[in-house]
Design a protein around this ligand. Structure first.
Ligand code: TNX
Length: 514
């Protein structure tokens, strides 16, 4: 645990670190276009005002900006709509209908007079705010006022994402993480302009969401975890709190109910769903592929319909993830028929289905997405599903899996897909990664964190940082900006930010940390 303990100590040491000047290009993910103007920095003053277009979603973004800046600056930073006359200067957030910026793009201008972020949508303003945050000194991450020159580098940024799907996954089934931990993870995603949080809510070791029509799923199925770690589950109100907190940060929650395998916890609660009809004892190990709900039993489809129905009712997002991985004991034809039936259940709920790429052999369903987690880049079955209309989310395990160890001596994690330090996480191209899959079929990227060996928020952060920003850059930045030397230099400047914010991170030897 030496490296983890040192990561925690650094968060204290950071409070004493000297500030270095930030340049307009020091942003992760890299913006599409940057035009620095060294003559035009803006000094945020204690009487600055945040002006915003009179639109509720835009005003909410302005509120977030004020909440980000107030603790460390100690400035009041009142938020006012643009109709109210205020002195020039300060920070303006403008919904401008700039169509070329798309659904998530923004334009940021910093002059000696002030800052202007313009976007066609509140989401665009939100991403502009995340960029602005990174252009302030790292001391902005302090939770209480500090003395600092709050200088912003001058110039303009024009920015919009490469992919619409930019996600991370948290496995709350192997180990359970409470609502406050999940909210903090959402904050981490938000910093790097991610817009999807995939929650792996069920697995062999635990069922983590209350289902009113099948109450023992959570109360019995959620009681344990890996080893002797405590169990737990989200009430429906807890889950809605997570969904709302994410939505407020322009992040859509994608709930996963893993089917037909990875269902041992459900079987402990409802033995009638088991192939032999008998509820097994809880499972606290880390093997995979041994459990499944009985595809030959009609009650299984009642269970799936009820569970997905309740989850859909709690989830405003478009997607339901049905898992589908590692159902090794279900014969191929039976498995495909099961997936096809579950795809129809999802469609009847008015949602689009996502599954791990193992669902590829099942018939196409409208707008279905496959989440590819292979390691070789050559997968004819997935390529064939793409020809039949599926689109892909890429999570190649040897690049994007956040549960892999960084190095042989990393205290936690797996290594079945290899060791993944920052360069390995960064150096691949989603558009050309899979043989026989056209670039247009790739909807985006996602970095999954499986938690067999991850037991605390500190350990989550240690596995996320600094790899999550690498995957975020692949999802956001145009390929023309892709450059390892540039990335590692920009990333280095984030170490002091994380440390100041109390975020534990892996001090990768590949990155020139200050
Ligand atoms: C494979 S990736 C799994 C998970 C494990 C993970 C560990 C996938 C869809 N299934 O059940 O947690 O490996 O790395």
């Amino acid at each position: 645990a030496g490296e983890l303990a040192r990561a925690a100590e650094r968060t204290a040491a950071a409070l004493l670190a000297p500030a270095t000047a930030i340049r307009l290009g020091d942003v992760v993910p890299a913006p599409e276009r940057i035009e620095p103007d060294a003559t035009a920095g803006y000094l945020l003053a204690d009487d600055a005002v945040i002006r915003v277009s009179a639109d509720p979603a835009a005003v909410a973004v302005a509120g977030h900006l004020a909440a980000l800046l107030r603790p460390a600056t100690g400035y009041p930073l009142p938020v006012t709509d643009t109709a109210t006359p205020v002195p020039a200067g300060g920070i303006a957030l403008e919904l401008s209908g700039e169509a070329t910026l798309g659904a998530e793009g923004y334009r940021l201008d910093i002059t000696t007079d002030g800052v202007r972020i313009a976007a066609g949508t509140a989401a665009g303003l939100w991403y502009g705010v995340q960029t602005l945050r990174q252009l302030l000194p790292p001391a902005v991450e302090n939770a209480t006022p500090v003395t600092e020159r709050w200088m912003l580098p001058g110039g303009s940024i024009l920015d919009r994402p490469r992919y619409p799907h930019r996600g991370a996954m948290l496995d709350v089934a192997r180990h359970f993480f409470g609502v406050t931990d999940v909210l903090r993870v959402i904050d981490h995603l938000a910093r790097y302009k991610l817009n999807r949080l995939h929650l792996h809510l069920t697995d062999d070791q635990g069922w983590r969401i209350a289902i009113d029509s099948w109450p023992r799923l959570a109360t019995t199925g959620g009681a344990g975890a890996v080893g002797d770690a405590p169990g737990g589950y989200y009430t429906q109100a807890d889950y809605q709190r997570i969904v709302a907190y994410a939505a407020d940060r322009h992040i859509t929650v994608i709930p996963e109910i893993d089917l037909p395998g990875h269902t041992h916890a459900a079987l402990t609660a409802y033995g009638e769903l088991a192939p032999d009809g008998v509820a097994p004892p809880p499972y606290t190990g880390t093997d995979v592929g041994f459990s499944y709900v009985d595809p030959a039993n009609e009650r299984t489809y009642d269970f799936v319909t009820d569970v997905l129905g309740e989850i859909a009712a709690l989830t405003p997002g478009r997607w339901l993830h049905i898992g589908g991985d590692e159902a090794f004991k279900v014969p191929a034809e039976v498995y495909a028929a099961f997936v096809e039936r579950v795809q129809r259940i999802v469609a009847a709920l008015g949602r689009d289905v996502i599954g791990w790429h193992q669902i590829a052999p099942a018939a196409h369903a409208d707008r279905r997405l496959l989440q590819w987690w292979g390691t070789t880049g050559d997968d004819p079955v997935t390529a064939e599903a793409v020809r039949r209309g599926a689109r892909l989310i890429l999570s190649p395990a040897n690049h994007a899996y956040l549960d892999m160890r960084y190095a042989p001596d990393t205290p936690i994690g797996h290594d079945w897909a290899g060791l993944i330090d920052v360069r390995q996480a960064y150096d691949w191209d989603p558009a050309s990664h899979l043989v026989g899959v056209p670039a247009e079929a790739v909807l985006g990227v996602e970095a999954p964190l499986w938690t067999e060996s991850v037991t605390s928020l500190t350990e989550i952060e240690f596995m996320l940082f600094p790899r999550l920003p690498a995957i975020a850059e692949l999802g956001w930045s145009p390929r023309s900006t892709h450059d390892w030397e540039s990335f590692r230099a920009r990333l280095a400047g984030h170490g002091p930010r994380w440390a100041t914010a109390g975020i534990a991170y892996h001090r990768s030897p590949e990155v020139p940390w200050p």
